[in-house]
Structure formats: structure tokens, C-alpha cells
Design a protein around this ligand. Structure first.
Ligand code: HEC
Length: 209
């Protein structure tokens, strides 16, 4: 018992000595630091870059409108190519004898679709993806033609959306394909009544839902 207490006592003494030495060393080194010139202040963290200011760009807007499909595709290239088969007899005969290029011109003209400025084989009013899916864009109604000049942003005074959907429905009939829900829908909620006007307000309602 006595021996253990003495051993403990000498250990505590060692510990105390160690602590004292340690305190002296920390204090000493602190003092020698204080003698040195102050370390240079650390460089301030770089301020986060401010967000790039929005720069309007007609070129960028046009690129998005003509390359990004914002609504699901409603038409396929193969159908556009065959639409003439559902036309009234005279027109159909004319298309039948035409070159593929002329036939495309006749087709686009019938529905108020124009070539893009500088890209005559692409429709201004639709985005066409690599699988030939056509998606209507804002330029369907907001891209038009005066005389020979096609102008993105001009109201499309030739758009004939109802004729386009009616002819697509007729084409399905001619080809013996089943009709789609939209075939009946677009008769009860007309897409337009004349060339150059559309039921745009109802589109907005449909899009918002
Ligand atoms: C189905 C046809 C149609 C489509 C598609 C369409 N619009 Fe319109 N838009 C209209 C009509 C019609 C008006 C009303 C024009 C008027 O009253 O003079 C209009 C008006 C506008 C106006 C107001 C113009 C003004 O001078 O006050 C803007 C902006 C606009 N549309 C943007 C768009 C955008 C963006 C898209 C594509 C997301 C789009 N539109 C798609 C038919 C359409």
C-alpha cells in the first residue's frame, strides 16, 4: 500500500515536471515568434464571380426556336412527304407529276410553311429532329412571308393549321391507317377557320394546362 502510493507520487511529480517544461517551451517559442516580423496576411479569398449579365441575342433566340422542340412532335416527315395523296384531284395530279422538290414546295405552300432564310430545305415553322419528327414552334405563327421574303418574327398570314390536320387525317384514311384521337378533336376545337388565323388563345389554354 505504502509502496504503491510512493510510486504514484513519483509519477505525478514526473507529470508535473513534464507539464512545466511543456509550458516553458510553448511560452519560449511564442516569445521568439513575436520577435520575427509579422507573417504576411493571407491573401483574401477571391470574391465569387458576379453572374454574367444577360445579353439579349436575336441570333441565340433564333437558334433555340429552330433547333429545340418545346412541344411534343405532332407530325412525321414521312407523312409530310405523302400528304399530297390526300389532296383534291387536280392538286393531287399536279403533285404526282412534280419533282420531289416541287412537290415539297407545293406541300409547304398549301399549309403556310416557308423555308428558313438561308436553309431552303428546312421549315421555318417547325423544329425537325434527326428522326424526322416535326414539332411546332413559336415561328409557326410568328414567322411569315411577304412576297418572296421570309421573315422570322412576321405574323404568318398563310398558316393553314386546320387544313394541315384535316389532310393528315385524310391521309390516314387513304392509307387505311387507324384514325387518331386528334382527328376528331381538331374538328370540335378548330385550330383555325381561315388561312392566316389560328385558335391561338385556346392553344395558350392547352399549353398552360
Ligand atoms: C398558334 C399560333 C401562335 C403560336 C404557336 C404562338 N403565338 Fe404568340 N401570338 C399569336 C397571336 C394570334 C398573338 C396575338 C397577336 C395580336 O393580338 O396582335 C400572339 C401574340 C404574341 C406576343 C405578343 C406580341 C405583342 O406585340 O403584344 C408574344 C410576345 C408572343 N405571341 C410570343 C410567342 C411565343 C414566345 C411563342 C412560342 C412559345 C408563341 N408566341 C407562339 C399566335 C401564336
Amino acid at each position: 500500500m505504502h509502496a504503491t502510493a510512493r510510486a504514484l507520487g513519483s509519477r505525478l511529480a514526473l507529470l508535473a515536471l513534464g507539464l512545466l517544461l511543456g509550458v516553458a517551451w510553448v511560452h519560449g517559442s511564442g516569445a521568439s515568434h513575436a520577435a520575427e516580423p509579422p507573417a504576411p496576411a493571407p491573401a483574401p479569398a477571391p470574391a465569387p464571380a458576379p453572374p454574367a449579365p444577360f445579353v439579349p441575342s436575336a441570333e441565340r433566340g433564333y437558334r433555340w426556336l429552330t433547333t429545340k422542340a418545346y412541344v411534343p412532335s405532332s407530325i412525321r416527315q414521312a407523312d409530310v412527304d405523302q400528304l399530297w395523296q390526300a389532296w383534291p384531284a387536280t392538286l393531287k395530279a399536279q403533285a404526282e407529276q412534280a419533282t420531289p422538290e416541287r412537290r415539297r414546295e407545293l406541300t409547304w405552300a398549301r399549309y403556310g410553311i416557308t423555308p428558313r432564310p438561308g436553309e431552303p430545305d428546312k421549315p421555318l415553322q417547325y423544329v425537325v429532329d434527326e428522326q424526322g419528327r416535326w414539332s411546332m414552334s413559336c415561328l409557326a405563327c410568328h414567322g411569315g412571308q411577304v412576297g418572296e421574303q421570309v421573315l422570322p418574327g412576321l405574323p404568318n398570314a398563310h398558316l393553314a393549321l386546320q387544313d394541315l390536320m384535316d389532310d393528315l387525317a385524310a391521309l390516314r384514311k387513304v392509307q387505311g391507317r387507324p384514325s387518331l384521337l386528334g382527328d376528331a378533336l381538331w374538328r370540335s376545337v378548330p385550330l383555325g377557320e381561315t388561312h392566316g388565323t389560328t385558335n391561338a388563345v385556346m392553344f395558350s389554354v392547352a399549353l398552360l394546362t
